[in-house]
Design a protein around this ligand. Structure first.
Ligand code: PRP
Length: 216
């Protein structure tokens, strides 16, 4: 099904927008400096957040305009953003701009450079996840190991409504998450070609965390 500015199948939305194409190019370019990298990430994050926040339940409320009484709307669900540290932090502010009262949980995970498996080192989540829309965010979906661990953990903690936002996804990680968690919607700006032998996304953009935080 094609919707305005995105291509979506059952649980996958791939952004299709000229501004995203322009900013992905800036992000991919090895010559881009930290300042420009952060700015491009922030712009794409806003568009990802816009699509990830589609189809939220609304509650009618009564308000008065300066002219008359009328009906308005409030969001009718709690929203919890969960970045996978570190790189996921780059996508949090865009969501908080739209939903300033969203709660933020953190999952600390890094990928072992040899085994390519995720290693958990931290977690701090709001007490209850069951009544909330949980937006799990991480710019890179490579093997899918980190997202798999994170989604499994969120479900164990009670999350029932999870959307996963990723900037760039490899087909390998996407297939894993789509098959294992058909109930989890995925919003991404790009589905790249493949993983290389080091499990880096090709063409990708390198290590998102290192480029965003300037730790190269
Ligand atoms: C990167 C990325 C994801 C993970 C993706 O994190 O931000 O969390 O790897 O790989 P996967 O799909 O194969 O699990 P990294 O280990 O570089 O940690 P960082 O965010 O601290 O840089």
């Amino acid at each position: 099904m094609r919707t305005m500015n995105s291509n979506s199948s059952t649980n996958l939305t791939v952004l299709d927008h000229p501004l995203v194409a322009r900013d992905l190019t800036i992000l991919r370019d090895a010559k881009t400096n930290t300042v420009d990298f952060r700015a491009a990430m922030a712009r794409v994050a806003t568009i990802l957040a816009y699509f990830a926040l589609k189809e939220l339940p609304l509650k009618k409320i009564a308000i008065n305009t300066p002219v008359t009484a009328t009906e308005g709307f409030q969001l009718d669900t709690e929203i919890i953003v969960v970045p996978i540290l570190r790189a996921g932090l780059s996508l949090v502010d865009a969501i908080l701009d739209f939903v300033p009262d969203a709660k933020v949980g953190h999952l600390g995970m890094y990928r072992d450079e040899e085994t390519h498996k995720p290693v958990d080192y931290y977690s701090k989540l709001p007490k209850r996840l069951d009544n909330a829309l949980v937006l799990l965010v991480d710019p890179m979906l490579a093997t899918g190991g980190s997202a798999d661990d994170a989604i499994g953990f969120l479900k164990k903690q009670g999350a029932t409504n999870i959307r996963f936002i990723s900037l760039i996804s490899a087909p390998e990680g996407l297939n894993l998450i789509q098959k294992k968690y058909p109930d989890v919607s995925i919003i991404t700006a790009s589905v790249d070609e493949k993983l290389n032998d080091d499990a880096f996304i090709v063409p990708g953009l390198g290590d998102a965390g290192d480029r965003y935080f300037g730790t190269l």
